[in-house]
Design a protein around this ligand. Structure first.
Ligand code: CP3
Length: 355
């Protein structure tokens, strides 16, 4: 892992990841570079989504421009959690209007054998090149987040072949042959560990693991089919690089996710921040948790919701402001900027009772 400069080490975002006090609450937003932004749409009118991800100069432009326009406390690599499926042997396409499609999904236990054991990540060298370029282009005190999909969420796409409402194919696979499931999850974990550690090497200061669809599982199933794999993933990451463990609809899984690993636990908008943090205890930081649809509301309403979240966090070191899920297309950019200014200008009379 490259040495961290003092200005990065002392940035509010990295301090919050370590649960150290910061002058103001750091904020960044999931999908901060995306279709709601005219600058992004202008680039996308010329190149396809996968081509954008695979052209380091363009990925750099999109990442850096979004961070500059918004004035956020961290930049996030422009890429997608599904890119790793290509070196694993999946045929990935982003179809217009319908989202991702995997044309050769896993359907039977025997299909797991054709998932490649990834020996090197040469096929993803564009991601590492983008990280190096982004790191050089960003202000020297602005942290860069690298990321990957969690094995359960990747397995959902690999089995369903795309998005899904009920995840019945993925869950049936899981419930039918635990041996095949564990072997698929192991291959995903091995590749993901290699991928994330290489991202830290290439210039990412923090790593976020997106388990976007894990809230579809009962606690019993999470414990049995997911937790051991997540634990191995977190334990295999380069020590000293802070990790963010994100999921949605995870109100019933938070303690289990914390036990699996992560310095920061993502909270979606279905939980109250103070109650959730209390359940998690004071050994983890939290990230969240504004409902992304609130950003469509009038500024006065946005203010009320943001202030409620800040009040709930109560200045306790280790809160990173974010949405509960990614910014939606059509969100007014000035509302997003207004939220960021509001969080930065907020000052609490700190009443640091233990959470
Ligand atoms: O947050 C950022 O700004 C970094 C970039 C980023 C993207 N996808 C860009 C993207 C990140 C971190 C992701 C993660 C991702 N991708 C997740 C986990 C986060 C989450 O939302 O739960 C998931 C599930 C995916 C898979 C994926 N990629 C879907 C379901 C879709 C289609 C839905 C949609 O919004 O179109 C994508 C495409 C995608 N990934 C877009 C962007 C900006 C939109 C593509 C476009 O330009 O049309």
């Amino acid at each position: 892992m490259p040495e961290l400069s003092a200005s990065l080490y002392n940035s509010p975002f990295l301090k919050a990841c370590r649960r150290e006090p910061t002058p103001v609450t750091p904020i960044w937003l999931m999908r901060q570079a995306g279709r709601y932004m005219p600058e992004y749409r202008a680039i996308r009118s010329k190149v396809g989504f996968l081509e954008l991800c695979k052209t380091p100069e363009l990925a750099t432009q999109v990442t850096v421009e979004a961070a500059e326009i918004l004035g956020v406390d961290a930049a996030i690599l422009f890429a997608d959690i599904l890119l790793i499926l290509e070196p694993l042997g999946f045929d990935l396409e982003f179809t217009k209007g319908e989202g991702p499609a995997i044309h050769n999904p896993i359907r039977a236990a025997a299909d797991v054998d054709r998932v490649n054991v990834v020996e090197n990540l040469d096929d993803l060298s564009y991601v590492f090149e983008a990280l190096r370029q982004i790191r050089r282009a960003l202000p020297s005190d602005l942290p860069l987040i690298g990321f990957a999909g969690a094995p359960f969420t990747l397995a959902c796409y690999a089995i369903e072949g795309g998005g899904s409402r009920n995840y019945e194919k993925a869950k049936t696979f899981m419930h039918t042959d635990q041996g095949a499931w564990d072997s698929l999850m192991s291959r995903l974990v091995d590749a993901t560990v290699m991928y994330l550690n290489a991202q830290a090497e290439a210039g990412a200061q923090v790593l976020q693991i997106f388990d976007s669809w894990v809230g579809q599982l009962s606690p019993t199933d999470y414990r049995r089919y997911v937790l051991p794999h997540m634990r191995r993933l977190f334990q295999s990451l380069t020590p000293g690089v802070p990790t963010i463990h994100f999921g949605t609809d995870t109100g019933s899984l938070l303690e289990l996710q914390r036990d699996a690993g992560g310095d920061v636990i993502g909270l979606d908008f279905r939980v109250e921040l103070n109650h959730a943090w209390k359940r998690l205890g004071d050994q983890v930081a939290v990230q969240g948790n504004l409902d992304p649809t609130i950003l469509f509301a009038p500024p006065a309403e946005i203010k009320q919701h943001a202030e409620r979240i800040l009040r709930e966090a109560n200045g306790q070191p280790g809160h990173i402001f974010n949405l509960g899920h990614g910014i939606l297309p059509g969100t007014p950019v000035d509302h997003v900027r207004g939220l960021i200014d509001l969080v930065h200008n907020h000052s609490f009379s700190r009443d640091l009772e233990p959470i």
